[in-house]
Design a protein around this ligand. Structure first.
Ligand code: AMP
Length: 370
């Protein structure tokens, strides 16, 4: 079967790599001539809203998916009227705007930080009173990896934050003094069946995900996370893999955001689960049976940001796996990731002590229990 992917980044690359054993063929659409999925799938070079490339993809593909959430909603709708397009455009549109997203969470009874929309400096002053400080001012659209965000600790900081971010629709949300961050990954098939992955624990630095681990240290929250995921998947009539990021505060889950696609916090599944998130996304959108999401050991995923670590040093670590996305090094860019898998937590810890310095962190950086 022919699978078209809008976007040719590392997620598209890993989708294609997961799909070839199933006998699938891929083409990716991306404006960049050096899109990193290009070496593994034929590239249609074109803008995301240029008809020529989109028509070529739609004519060739039996199903179209995407690898980033800023696919223009109108494009998603047009493609969806021509060919099977998953996850559905409605999920994409909701996830593109933090206000729609949080409103949907709220409607479904999924806890969120207190929030208020901000379209002017006056509204920001009102929102500060309503939401209370500390709070985080965020652009409603196009923010990622902590970009387009500013923490407000005192009301005097409002004007500077408005000058920095204002001019586009914003949202102010209360700052959550979380104990940890976790994510739920779940795949829903065309017939409505759902497969949930074990709850993932995530560690960020400077707004960027650095480390994910399973099992999470708060497994009692897994059921609650799965229930919230089910509500979203069913409301959106979702098909494919969905990721939802949560804060944990006082032993409760508070939803931060969702991503209607395979997700960085699910990369550990490549070696750490019976069926990877990439394969299950493909199985879901093609109407194939979903695979087991069971863990096959304790696993940690480390992102390589900016540059790749030394490959031989990584591979000399027992249980370590190396993933190079084939991207040029650049500060702040996700250029690859490492997975470490072990049968026993002690072995995982020993391996992590060796790997952390290779990606620029001290051995104890993410806590002594890791
Ligand atoms: P986001 O782009 O919304 O995923 O934010 C990136 C990271 O910033 C999150 O993973 C958190 O570490 C932090 N962050 C975002 N929103 C909040 C908040 N309301 N309270 C505390 N930390 C936050």
């Amino acid at each position: 079967m022919n699978v078209g992917i809008v976007g040719g980044g590392q997620l598209a690359r890993m989708l294609a790599l997961a799909g070839y054993p199933l006998g699938l063929r891929f083409q990716v659409l991306d404006p960049a001539a050096d899109a990193c999925a290009g070496p593994v799938a034929p590239l249609i070079q074109g803008d995301y809203d240029a008809e020529d490339g989109l028509n070529r993809l739609a004519d060739w593909a039996e199903v179209i998916t995407f690898d980033f959430e800023n696919v223009p909603a109108a494009v998603a709708r047009t493609l969806g009227s021509q060919v099977a397009f998953y996850p559905p455009a409605k999920a994409l549109e909701t996830a593109q705007d933090r206000l729609y997203e949080k409103t949907l969470f709220w409607e479904l009874g999924i806890p969120t930080p207190a929030f208020a929309t901000v379209d002017s400096l006056e509204e920001l002053h009102g929102a500060v009173v309503q939401v209370e400080l500390p709070a985080v001012l965020k652009t409603r659209r196009l923010g990622y990896d902590g970009k387009g965000q500013r923490v407000l600790r005192k009301s005097e900081e409002s004007e500077a934050a408005w000058r920095e971010l204002g001019g586009v629709p914003l949202i102010l949300e209360s700052f959550v003094p979380f104990e940890r961050e976790v994510s739920v990954l779940a795949a829903r098939g065309r017939a409505g069946e759902i497969a949930f992955y074990p709850l993932v624990e995530n560690h960020h630095r400077d707004g960027i995900l650095r480390l994910s681990r399973v099992p999470c240290q708060a497994p009692e929250l897994e059921r609650e996370g799965w229930n919230y995921a089910r509500l979203l998947l069913e409301r959106l009539d979702y098909v494919g893999l969905l990721a939802i990021e949560f804060f944990v505060q006082d032993g409760r889950l508070i939803a931060n955001e969702m991503a209607p696609r395979v997700h960085n916090s699910g990369h550990w599944t490549l070696e750490g689960a019976e069926t990877s998130q990439f394969e299950n996304h493909l199985r879901a959108i093609l109407g194939l049976p979903l695979g087991s999401t069971a863990m096959v050991g304790h696993a940690v995923m480390l992102n390589a940001i900016g540059t790749l670590p030394d490959r031989a040093a990584v591979l000399a670590t027992p249980g370590a796996h190396f993933h190079d996305y084939g991207k040029a090094p650049r500060p702040g860019r996700k250029v690859g990731h490492l997975t470490l898998r072990a049968g026993h937590p002690e072995d995982l810890r020993a391996g992590l002590e060796r790997l952390l310095p290779l990606v620029g962190f001290a051995p104890g950086e993410f806590g002594s229990d890791l």
